[in-house]
Design a protein around this ligand. Structure first.
Ligand code: NAP
Length: 311
């Protein structure tokens, strides 16, 4: 089979094309491109079918597990694929590890070290119990996320662009420092009632445990190798809401904010809710499309998306 590999502008990537066996898979083609051009490791290659000129449709992405014949429609004499370099890639575990490590390290710095001297506060700092509990709560949360990244999640996407590490770290590290700065500040005023603090942390902890259980349920939808694609999540809160893991994540931050009561914490809650809501809408749409009840496929049950009873 003759395969022409062209860039999105139509320029030939490998002069004269590639000659592959008729039984070759997309992964074989990627390996061959890599053999010819060392820079393009398979993880950074995105191969698509060419679009008609002027077409506004999304191109079909070639699945590395499939045979090339699944895409050629009988045309094995000159099959063309469009190549896009996705740039340097990192594993999802690396991405998540670095984004969560920042808040886990930065937050205690504000609690333990005299950083506020550099911001012009010279006096003695009195640490309120709520600030100590907040430190434990915060560290437990990010430690849990790192553990889940390595021992619970079964990711389907092998890699993510390196640039996402910088973008995500900027988000988590700066919000982590922003909240830590205000919660540990020498002029911080704890909530008037102790009961408010207890309710906030107790509710938040309950939601963290529920969030962990949601992640276990998601994990069980796939084989240990990460195979199985997307399934209908079932059980516990997933019987009511599509993205129960996001719902519990949002509520656990609400618990933290009820207990610690800072504007910075609530700003983070609003931004995180906005981001997770957009992702939840996309996930809900994807599941409804995958499970449309046609040709023997199950129908996706009626469920809230993320925040019942509103959405
Ligand atoms: N505070 C914040 O701003 C914020 C933002 C986002 C997330 N988080 C927290 O971080 C956690 C992980 O985030 P995430 O966005 O990676 O969560 P996610 O996409 O919902 O998924 C967690 C894992 O479950 C898999 N999964 C999800 N739905 C599935 C389905 N229907 N069938 C099979 N597997 C499925 C995912 O696979 P894929 O690899 O295919 O995606 C992923 O490996 C969240 O649950 C939340 O607690 C916090």
């Amino acid at each position: 089979m003759k395969v022409s590999v062209v860039s999105r502008s139509g320029r030939e990537l490998i002069k004269g094309g590639l000659e592959l066996s008729d039984s070759a898979t997309v992964a074989d083609l990627q390996e061959e491109i890599h053999r010819r051009t060392k820079k393009f490791h398979p993880s950074r290659q995105r191969l698509t079918l060419p679009l008609q000129p002027g077409s506004k449709e999304k191109p079909i992405i070639l699945n590395y597990k499939k045979s090339l014949k699944d895409y050629t429609e009988g045309n094995t004499s000159n099959f063309t694929v469009v190549f896009k370099d996705l740039g340097t890639q990192v594993s999802y575990r690396t991405l998540f590890f670095w984004e969560y490590l920042g808040p886990l390290i930065l937050y205690p710095i504000f609690y333990f070290f005299p950083v506020y001297r550099y911001f012009g506060y010279q006096g003695e700092r009195i640490i309120h119990p709520v600030q100590t509990y907040a430190l434990y709560y915060w560290c437990f949360h990010y430690f849990k996320r790192i553990m889940e990244t390595f021992f619970v999640h079964r990711f389907s996407h092998a890699t993510s662009p390196l640039s996402n590490v910088f973008r995500n770290c900027a988000y988590y590290w700066s919000f982590g420092s922003y909240i830590a700065y205000y919660v540990n500040h020498p002029l911080y005023t704890p909530p008037v009632s102790d009961l408010q603090m207890k309710i906030g942390f107790a509710f938040g902890l309950l939601c963290q445990v529920a969030n962990f259980y949601c992640h276990i349920l998601l994990r069980n939808l796939r084989s240990p190798a990460g195979n199985g694609g997307y399934q209908i999540p079932r059980g516990f809160l997933f019987n009511i809401v599509t993205c129960a893991n996001y719902t519990t994540e949002i509520y656990q931050w609400l618990g933290f904010n009820i207990a610690t009561q800072t504007v910075a914490g609530y700003v983070f809650l609003v931004v995180a809710t906005f981001i997770m809501t957009n992702w939840a809408l996309a996930k809900h749409r994807r599941l409804k499309k995958l499970f449309d009840g046609k040709e023997g496929r199950p129908r996706y049950p009626r469920r809230w998306v993320i925040l019942p009873p509103f959405l």
